[in-house]
Ligand binder design. Structure first.
Ligand SMILES: *[C@@H]1O[C@H](CO)[C@@H](O)[C@H](O)[C@H]1NC(C)=O
Ligand SMILES: *[C@@H]1O[C@H](CO)[C@@H](O)[C@H](O)[C@H]1NC(C)=O
Ligand SMILES: *[C@@H]1O[C@H](CO)[C@@H](O)[C@H](O)[C@H]1NC(C)=O
Ligand SMILES: *[C@@H]1O[C@H](CO)[C@@H](O)[C@H](O)[C@H]1NC(C)=O
Ligand SMILES: *[C@@H]1O[C@H](CO)[C@@H](O)[C@H](O)[C@H]1NC(C)=O
Ligand SMILES: *[C@@H]1O[C@H](CO)[C@@H](O)[C@H](O)[C@H]1NC(C)=O
Ligand SMILES: *[C@@H]1O[C@H](CO)[C@@H](O)[C@H](O)[C@H]1NC(C)=O
Ligand SMILES: *[C@@H]1O[C@H](CO)[C@@H](O)[C@H](O)[C@H]1NC(C)=O
Ligand SMILES: *[C@@H]1O[C@H](CO)[C@@H](O)[C@H](O)[C@H]1NC(C)=O
Length: 611
């Protein structure tokens, strides 16, 4: 386990090569890792003796029972009158809950780390993890707490006084030269970006990026982490925000963590490892070549046992299920509940779900699906881990895959043009979102009709994000993807761009139009659908011969819209997606707009024919 953690650390350490970084952003506080190989930002901000001590400020979000000036100053060992002054409030005042307040502290370099010392008296439910994450809101880390206090996780008892080092830092000589007087330890909240934060504090975003060792201005930030903001003057109350109590009350939250510990049943091994660090790990690891290849070959990655504990950090997004829940939902993985190979269906916490058993890398899928949310992208409800095997719990799509639906000659509605156009539009919308509205942008890389799922209302959802990757002009030396869908430039150069998804979408559009598979057998020979269609067009065959026979139904009210015209428009659109040169190929935005026009014409013609 620790070997793996070191590997991640090494990779992350090597990835940040900006030599002038003052401090390095920590994706999170991992518990029970070692800093024997050198100081790690996953403990606290590092220091050397150049600036031994300074005044600095921390951010704290008021939450019961820490609402009054006295209780907050007691918790953080800060001077109450100074705290009251900087927050423009009287010493006897009480803050509303969910308000960001400024904590003035003295930050000093003790050994390898900057810290502001305080103490905390344990309650009966405390563990290091909850003290760091809940009580101190990540102003300290589980690691640093364990390092500073010699008690093990199980030796904490009510009334025990713990030393708590708070995360703080002093400006470097360079920053001082740039006019920085104070370093403000800022709590990252959901939806925060470096640009937005910098704007609020009227500081240059480049300086914020440099202060936190970011390679660019648009890094991924995670809740429950801290950023350093270099300030030229004291922080102002006007720069602080208030949040409504969306956070469940403290007591509840603690129970939740306890429940997870109990649920996962890891017994003695309560090491809490950082899931978000995995994200960081993947983020950099994926840049390495052959990443997709090793995944395809099924190279099993070694996971630290308790990585699921850290999914908690995405807690608002993802649920953690116990193995028992999964067993109950799937009737002990009975045949009856089986959908396919290692996929089962069952009701989990009241929701009909699909449970996918995976023994390979799931962190990327979690990273992507935990962050995005779109009607046309499959929802990941949560995760369960048991004996090194992961169970991903997804929304259930009653009608199964588009491929199956098209093959099933008895599918009701299969003869309807409007359903097929709607399916195409759904997929296009999902891809458009993935390409243009997520940050960072993603390429799915494995769009094919098996990876499109249909719900009860025949609305399409894109699934299977195991090959998805960020759109970063990257190349792979190993081409992956389903035969018949892979874009020519990807085969030739290994270049991955959103246009590869557009190409695959063009093939799906042909499948919707022809009812044939992307690769099918004709006269005992394998035929690639996209090639066969192109040759049909060039050979001047009738477009009607191409159309899925199921779409040739005779409408008793007579056709208003000629189907061959509709078919021609869809065919033209798919050919625009199948253009060999990616730069001439349509973008997903163009596809969506073309399909919307087609859909509105289909709709008009239908209502007209019925009216
Ligand atoms: C941040 O990471 C860089 C690159 O690995 C390293 O050279 C530097 O010392 C680190 N800075 C701190 C303050 O840990
Ligand atoms: C401050 O904390 C100490 C324990 O560390 C406690 O005994 C004392 O009552 C607290 N004071 C206030 C005002 O909360
Ligand atoms: C402090 O609060 C008072 C009102 O309570 C307000 O008039 C004053 O402008 C505030 N000062 C600052 C610096 O925000
Ligand atoms: C803070 O605590 C550390 C470790 O307990 C100690 O070495 C250091 O001197 C303390 N700093 C101050 C300013 O008290
Ligand atoms: C201490 O850090 C500063 C920058 O923060 C650097 O210029 C200096 O060389 C470092 N000193 C040592 C002894 O590492
Ligand atoms: C983050 O953004 C989403 C949608 O963009 C919004 O629903 C959510 O409330 C935001 N969260 C916060 C904490 O602002
Ligand atoms: C100082 O500021 C300038 C511009 O604002 C920036 O380019 C430079 O990197 C900054 N230096 C540090 C150490 O933040
Ligand atoms: C936030 O809190 C205010 C006052 O406490 C309330 O009026 C408002 O409706 C709340 N907003 C939300 C979204 O809960
Ligand atoms: C921390 O990890 C070490 C081995 O790396 C292990 O012996 C120890 O029990 C762990 N401590 C806790 C509290 O899990």
């Amino acid at each position: 386990m620790s070997k793996f953690v070191f590997r991640i650390l090494i990779i992350i350490t090597f990835s940040f090569s900006s030599s002038y970084a003052q401090q390095n952003y920590s994706y999170n506080s991992i518990c029970n890792i070692s800093d024997k190989t050198g100081p790690s930002p996953d403990f606290l901000y590092t220091c050397n003796q150049t600036t031994p001590s300074c005044k600095s400020f921390l951010m704290f979000r008021t939450q019961s029972p820490y609402l009054s000036v006295s209780s907050i100053s007691n918790l953080t060992s800060s001077d109450p009158s100074e705290l009251a002054r900087i927050n423009n409030i009287s010493v006897s005042s009480v803050f509303p809950s969910g308000k960001d307040v400024i904590i003035p502290v003295t930050c000093s370099c003790s050994g390898q780390y900057y810290q502001a010392n305080t103490t905390y008296v344990c309650t009966s439910v405390d563990i290091y993890f909850t003290i760091a994450k809940d009580t101190y809101q990540s102003l300290t880390t589980c690691n640093a707490l364990m390092r500073e206090n010699l008690y093990s996780e199980f030796d904490l008892y009510e009334g025990l006084e713990l030393k708590v080092p708070l995360r703080c830092a002093c400006p470097s000589q360079k920053q001082i030269g740039n006019g920085t007087k104070f370093m403000f330890t800022y709590l990252v909240t959901r939806n925060d970006t470096v640009t937005k934060i910098s704007e609020r504090f009227s500081v240059n975003p480049t300086n914020v990026a440099i202060a936190n060792g970011f390679p660019d201005l648009d890094p991924i930030l995670y809740p429950y982490t801290t950023l350093l903001i270099p300030l030229s003057k004291e922080p102002l109350t006007s720069q602080m925000r208030s949040f409504n109590q969306s956070v469940p009350p403290r007591k509840h939250k603690r129970l939740f963590y306890k429940e997870i510990y109990a649920g996962i049943g890891t017994g003695a091994a309560l090491a809490i490892l950082c899931f978000v660090l995995f994200l960081g790990f993947l983020y950099y690891y994926k840049k390495r070549k052959n990443e997709a290849c090793s995944k395809i070959k099924g190279l099993k990655m070694q996971y630290p046992k308790n990585f699921l504990d850290e999914v908690v950090l995405l807690g608002e997004v993802l649920k953690i299920y116990t193995y028992n829940e999964v067993e109950v939902a799937t009737d002990n993985f009975s045949q009856r509940k089986r959908v396919s190979n290692s996929v089962y269906r069952g009701v989990l916490r009241g929701k009909l779900s699909v449970i996918k058993k995976v023994s390979t890398d799931v962190s990327k899928v979690i990273k992507i699906l935990g962050k995005i949310n779109h009607f046309n992208l499959i929802s990941l409800y949560g995760v369960c881990e048991h004996d090194g095997v992961f169970y991903l719990v997804y929304e259930f799509c009653e009608e199964g895959s588009l491929k199956k639906w098209l093959q099933n000659t008895n599918s009701p509605h299969a003869q309807s043009w409007s359903h097929r156009v709607l399916i195409a539009l759904d997929i296009a919308n999902g891809l458009d979102y993935l390409h243009n509205f997520t940050s960072p942008a993603y390429v799915h890389k494995d769009i094919n009709s098996s990876n499109i799922l249909l719900n009860r209302d025949l609305r399409a959802k894109i699934a299977n994000f195991s090959l998805a990757r960020e759109d970063k002009n990257s190349h792979t030396s190993c081409v992956v993807g389903e035969k018949g869908y892979v874009a020519p430039e990807y085969i030739k150069t290994g270049k991955v761009t959103p246009k590869a998804d557009v190409y695959a979408f063009g093939v799906i559009l042909l499948e919707l139009l022809t009812g044939k598979e992307a690769v099918f057998i004709r006269d005992g020979e394998e035929v690639i659908l996209s090639e066969s269609v192109t040759s049909v067009i060039n050979g001047g065959d009738e477009i009607n011969d191409l159309i899925d026979p199921r779409l040739h139904i005779k409408n008793p009210l007579g056709y208003i819209m000629d189907h061959s015209e509709l078919a021609t428009r869809l065919l033209k659109l798919s050919l625009s997606c199948l253009i060999q040169e990616p730069e001439n190929r349509f973008s997903m935005v163009e596809v969506v707009s073309a399909l919307m026009k087609i859909q509105s014409d289909v709709h008009n013609s239908q209502s007209f024919s019925l009216g």
